[in-house]
Design a binder for this molecule. Structure first.
Ligand SMILES: *Cc1c(COP(=O)(O)O)cnc(C)c1O
Length: 410
């Protein structure tokens, strides 16, 4: 292009940019006004706050009074029983956090050095870290634009093109490594479409481990998330639906696997009277009694929390219904969501619009957040195998989480 042409095109393009800016301001104004119809920020409205309305202090005091504060205590077993009742899992093992629950679950799936494990590129980093702790390699897969979970159809096609079965093991034909397991993540509490996913698991002999860290209280066709595969992992971090300060749990329907998992979380110590005998390199992953005490009090309030979260979600969904260009993620027909974090979705990827919404909402005290940086972009994971990730890449420029605490509705 020569100088003459450049001079001529500049004045023509400028007014178009001004019109774009005005249009964008109008869209952002409308989004903010819609949020202000539900939220009244006098100080800062956090993205997600824990609430302790129940027996938390009473149970913590009980731990202190009895001096059972550590990893042996009645609240640990009680919390596991309550979680089993709530989720329908046959066995529950409480752990120090959700990441350790994922780590042990993957070990139970037989994930070992040289293996690959399919994980979404769009998830919290812990999903891939747990694979790395097993000295295996995460293999990134693309997301579904409606649920933000795994794109099951695309995955089926991808595995057909890029793997072959050898002695009932799925082999990546590029790296020649076994693909041992798959970890679907129920992102923000929206369940992945499990029926077709389980078909793929059977077809390609992949062990299913669910990352249900965000989906306590979410159901797929009436069954609680985290109970479909060999194991599922929950998290009770401070920002999750219920919290134990830090904590997690393994859900498992297989008694033998559950016993092994529990053994590994308790330094693999053998029940050998007062002697310290360990039969393998175990982990110090057992949840302390004091955390489980908080968990017991929190799970008593879980149905109430879920009711509140559902009410808030539908307030958002209805309020944004008439707003053009955006929508709030709703539950799929097959699911009941816990609506852990509400999600504003732009119809089309637009980084500038996304940044403007984030800046303006946070400046006025409405805490909003973009979605995680895609894992294949992080330094430690950028050389991992990956399918083409066009949907996840678009979602990076479409998704904003908005305040979702239970105190935001009456
Ligand atoms: C919170 C979370 C985890 C990890 O849980 P921690 O208790 O923080 O270790 C794992 N995966 C996802 C998707 C999460 O949101």
């Amino acid at each position: 292009m020569n100088g003459f042409q450049r001079k001529r095109t500049l004045p023509v393009t400028r007014p178009i940019f001004i019109i774009f800016d005005l249009l964008m301001k109008k869209i952002v104004d409308e989004i903010i006004n819609t949020l202000l119809g539900i939220l009244s920020p006098d100080d800062v409205i956090p993205l997600h706050e824990p609430f302790f309305y129940g027996n938390e202090k009473k149970y913590i005091n009980d731990c202190i009074d009895t001096r059972f504060v550590s990893s042996i205590g009645a609240y640990v077993t009680q919390f596991e029983t309550l979680l089993a009742e709530f989720t329908g899992a046959k066995h529950v093992i409480a752990t120090v956090n959700g990441t350790s629950a994922l780590h042990i679950s993957l070990l139970m799936a037989g994930v070992r050095q040289g293996d690959e494990v399919l994980v979404p590129a769009l998830t919290f980093v812990a999903t891939a870290n747990a694979v790395t702790y097993c000295t295996a390699t995460p293999h990134f897969i693309d997301s579904n634009p409606v649920t933000l979970g795994i794109d099951v159809e695309k995955l089926d096609h991808y595995l057909q093109q890029n793997t072959r079965m050898e002695n009932n093991i799925c082999i990546n034909t590029t790296t020649l490594r076994p693909i041992r397991a798959i970890v679907p993540v129920h992102i923000f509490g929206t369940p992945v479409d499990m029926d077709p996913l389980m078909k793929i698991c059977n077809k390609f002999h992949l062990t299913l481990i669910e990352d249900a860290a965000e989906s306590l209280g979410s159901y797929y066709k009436g069954t609680h998330t985290g109970t479909f595969g060999l194991c599922g992992a929950l998290s009770f971090n401070g920002n999750k639906t219920i919290t134990t300060g830090g904590g997690g749990a393994i859900l498992c329907n297989n008694e033998k696997i559950a016993l092994q998992a529990k053994h590994l979380t308790t330094t693999a110590r053998l029940n050998n009277n007062f002697h310290y005998v360990h039969d393998q390199t175990g982990f110090n992953y057992r949840m302390p009694n004091i955390n489980a005490a908080i968990g017991c009090a929190q799970i008593e309030q879980l149905p109430y929390f879920l009711k509140k979260k559902r009410k808030l979600a539908f307030k958002y969904i209805n309020a944004f219904e008439p707003v053009k260009g955006v929508a709030i993620i709703n539950e799929p027909d097959y699911a009941k969501n816990n609506f852990w974090l509400n999600t504003l979705m732009l119809d089309k990827p637009d980084n500038k619009l996304l940044q403007t919404i984030l800046e303006r909402t946070n400046r006025m005290g409405i805490q909003t957040r973009p979605i995680w940086t895609l894992l294949h972009k992080l330094p430690m994971y950028k050389r991992c195998p990956s399918m083409e990730l066009s949907c996840a890449l678009e979602l990076e420029d479409r998704v904003i989480n908005i305040p979702s605490s239970i105190n935001l509705v009456d």
